[in-house]
Design a binder for this molecule. Structure first.
Ligand code: CMC
Length: 434
């Protein structure tokens, strides 16, 4: 795809007295890049970019984000418009197909989600074999990985029926997530219902019980839709880049997404939503002196970081965090919670941090994870399931990227290079002489 965006302009690099011309690529929103694909072949040099701070691994037409201006768009639509007007399933369709569905397409896709919501009964027994207290993220990634054994047809012709492939994953991952929660409680499983929407179905599977029927609350369903939409995609973040990298070896979609789930688990990435809640709980339990924690976060000799702040790409407000902060108030009101001490604490921390020179100089603003946990908690979702919720939301983005990667005519197996700094060739010493 990248070749379509190569301009006539060239960058000049002078190396060892020789001038090398490198093509300049320009994206549809004016993002500029220097194409170095031929650099090593022509000069023997590679580029070094630890953490890929400055490396474009592909061209993509899925998500645009401008970290300086705080802009996020899926397939050209502003995140604010999508969160205010769409269901998560419409947005999933948009991410995967590149356009919003019409009524018929949405109905058909929703039908498929209903049809594929069950998981093979043999898989249900797997849950019994995880030890008590097993992390729901490890359960999720294991279960998703083994879907390829139960639904192998997708391995043979992955692009044969994209709707079926996407609906299967979206629907089954939701069921696996809810079942893993019920199993962790030792409660009977609640099976998916065909008459419920995607998010209502999930909440019902999580909270319905034979002894206490769950009443579906429209405000919570709306908030969950919003949260999942906001997490839908975020271009080349760590987990999505992982899905693309693993998939570039031509491994099946399930295994690629299972790898993405594991990347998301980390506290610097999706695991931050759980870490934020644990941090707020700890600050609250220790008397609410958050200033002490802010000071610790600023101390270069202390590894502690104020979780929920900072972002590799955003150097201003994360547009998702603004929407989530507003949704917090709606959800708490719907749940009849007059005030939540952790929400108050979070708001106070944000206010202080935004005026603190350390955070201002480094452009550290609240990110998507800072407020999302407060909503999940109010919905009754346990803290150790927060990152699973992130995974549910990110799933359409992972699927869309995997499809894009698979179909990219410029696609190659991902294989970064390195600069070797170990010992030079040494004389081998046999075991008896060492
Ligand atoms: N608290 C205190 N200092 C921070 C923080 C923080 N949360 N985040 C960054 N810094 C400092 C960091 O110490 C460094 O300071 P200095 O220049 O003096 O060495 C500077 O800001 C730049 O940070 P960095 O680690 O080089 O930036 P990065 O782009 O490599 O890391 C990040 C981005 C998100 C991993 C990081 O900001 C962080 O650890 N934040 C806390 C974890 C978090 O909230 N993660 C969720 C990210 S959003 C959702 C997602 O991606 O899944």
């Amino acid at each position: 795809m990248i070749d379509k965006f190569t301009t006539d302009r060239k960058a000049k690099l002078i190396l060892d007295g020789k001038t090398i011309e490198l093509p300049i690529v320009e994206g549809s929103e004016g993002e500029k890049a220097i194409d170095i694909r031929r650099l090593r072949a022509e000069t023997g040099y590679i580029t070094i970019d630890s953490g890929y701070m400055n490396t474009g691994s592909c061209a993509s037409d899925i998500t645009f984000l401008d970290g300086e201006k705080g802009v996020l768009q899926y397939r050209g639509y502003a995140i604010e418009d999508l969160a205010a007007n769409c269901s998560f399933i419409e947005v999933a369709y948009l991410l995967i197909h590149g356009r919003l569905p019409n009524r018929d397409e949405l109905r058909n896709f929703s039908e498929l989600l209903g049809l594929f919501a069950l998981i093979h009964e043999d898989m249900v027994h797997f849950f019994d074999r995880f030890p008590a207290g097993a992390s729901p993220m490890s359960i999720l990634s294991s279960m998703v990985n083994c879907l390829c054994n139960f639904y192998p047809e997708m391995n043979e012709n992955p692009m044969g029926n994209i709707d079926m492939m996407a609906a299967r994953l979206l629907s089954k991952v939701r069921t696996i997530a809810a079942f893993s929660y019920k199993k962790s409680l030792g409660s009977p499983l609640v099976y998916p219902r065909h008459d419920l929407s995607y998010c209502a179905n999930f909440l019902n599977m999580m909270f319905d019980s034979p002894v206490k029927p769950y009443e579906i609350n429209a405000t919570l369903v709306r908030a969950l839709n919003q949260l999942l939409i906001l997490h839908g995609d975020h271009e080349q973040n760590c987990s999505t880049a992982t899905v693309r990298m693993v998939g570039s070896a031509k491994v099946n979609l399930y295994a690629s997404i299972s790898a993405g789930i594991n990347a998301l688990w980390g506290p610097l990435h999706g695991g931050a939503n759980q870490a934020v809640m644990e941090m707020l709980e700890e600050i609250h339990a220790s008397g609410g002196n958050y200033r002490k924690y802010i000071e610790r976060a600023k101390d270069p000799n202390d590894p502690f970081r104020l979780v929920g702040f900072g972002h590799r790409v955003y150097k201003t407000f994360d547009p998702r965090s603004r929407i989530i902060k507003k949704a917090c108030d709606d959800v708490l009101e719907a749940m009849g919670i007059n005030s939540d001490p952790l929400l108050e604490l979070a708001k106070e921390i944000e206010e202080v941090v935004l005026r603190d020179d350390y955070f201002v100089e480094r452009n550290l603003y609240p990110n998507v994870d800072f407020y999302s946990g407060i909503i999940y908690r109010a919905m009754g979702i346990p803290v150790n399931m927060f990152t699973v919720m992130f995974a549910l939301g990110r799933l359409p983005g992972w699927i869309a990227h995997w499809i894009e990667m698979w179909n990219d005519p410029n696609g190659r197996i991902s294989r970064p290079r390195q600069v070797y700094v170990g010992p030079k060739r040494r004389k081998f010493v046999p075991l008896g002489e060492r």
